[in-house]
Design a protein around this ligand. Structure first.
Ligand code: A2P
Length: 318
């Protein structure tokens, strides 16, 4: 369902993807959500090693495929990501192979570096936490991620990942990566919604044949600090939704798709999973009205600065 985007290596990616991050999700929730999503027509699943639920994504896919023999694994686009403490080349490979086992698939369609931060690990492949409760940053590998990217390229060349890319990367980080990359990143997955429109980074990506992929396209449920304002209660966005006989989520998904990138709405509720996949098209006027809401805004709802003890976006705190 929805448009298909062509990546810079020729691989096709459905622009509508389903986010599988389940915050404190109960056991089985992701499995059910994945079955619902595939049944509703989503053909792109966004996963990550860090989400700790790839086994449920894998069992959900398997259940769906066995109940729908007309659909093949190759028709489902599966993305996963390597977490910060697994950036050493041998760990990048270990991470993907661990994900493949849990997802019950011989390859993923896309493998991403989850954050532009390398952190230390424990011997049992868990994240090492410092005495201050934060990650211990591997400065060398954070500042010079070439070895990590070489490992990504090797997995790509082995066919274990049909495309490789990054997530949460900045313009500066992409500039550096593009200088040494033999295989270019196909996407940059970043937070995008009307309170964080990211016009500049989106343009940079398009200028470099990198497709932006929007996480938290619904603006999550978080509030703008200090004001209590939410994307989901914005009066102008609600008016646009009413004008289209649509939900606010449908308006936000349409806005992203019409801006030309991929969007990854997530939900654990079957009826919202379904309605989010019923795509609408915004008129020029309504599209412009969402842009107007977005104008001049810059609120991040997803920021791991306190967890990592490292600011990925230093220019924003200046
Ligand atoms: P739920 O799982 O109860 O549906 P984002 O993708 O921006 O992070 O947003 C995800 C959040 O948005 C989830 O908490 C999800 O809650 C909620 N959500 C997803 N679809 C809808 C919808 N159609 N209407 C309202 N809330 C939604």
């Amino acid at each position: 369902t929805g448009p298909i985007l062509k990546l810079n290596n020729g691989v096709s990616m459905p622009a509508l993807g389903f986010g599988t991050f389940a915050n404190e999700g109960s056991k089985g929730e992701t499995h059910e959500a994945v079955v619902s999503a595939l049944s509703a027509g989503y053909r792109h699943l966004d996963c990550a090693w860090f989400y700790q639920n790839e086994d449920e994504v894998g069992s959900g896919i398997r259940e769906f495929l066995s109940n729908n023999p007309n659909v093949k694994r190759s028709e489902i686009f599966i993305t996963t990501k390597v977490w910060n403490h697994l950036h050493e080349p041998e760990d990048v490979e270990w991470s993907l192979k661990d994900s493949l086992k849990k997802l019950q698939t011989p390859y993923v369609d896309q493998f991403l570096v989850h954050w532009p931060i390398a952190a230390e690990k424990n011997a049992d492949q868990t994240v090492k936490i410092g005495s201050d409760g934060k990650y211990i940053i591997n400065k060398n590998l954070t500042e010079s991620p070439e070895p990590t990217w070489r490992a990504m390229e090797s997995l790509y060349n082995q066919g274990l990942a049909k495309s490789i890319g990054v997530s949460n990367w900045t313009e500066k980080g992409l500039d550096a990566l593009l200088k040494f990359a033999k295989v270019k990143p196909v996407v940059n997955q970043i937070e995008i919604h009307p309170f964080l429109p990211q016009n500049r980074l989106i343009q940079y990506c398009f200028d470099h044949s990198i497709i932006p992929v929007a996480y938290s396209p619904l603006g999550s449920q978080d509030q703008v600090p200090g004001t209590g304002e939410k994307v989901s209660t914005n009066k102008d966005l609600i008016a646009i939704a009413e004008n289209n006989d649509a939900s606010l989520a449908q308006v936000l998904i349409a806005w992203g798709l019409q801006r030309g990138y991929a969007v990854l709405p997530k939900s654990s509720n079957p009826s919202r999973i379904q309605s989010n996949a019923k795509l609408i098209t915004l008129s020029e006027e309504d599209f412009a009205a969402v842009n107007k809401v977005a104008e001049g805004r810059w609120t991040r709802f997803v920021n791991m600065k306190d967890t990592f003890g490292y600011n990925v976006w230093p220019e924003e705190s200046a």
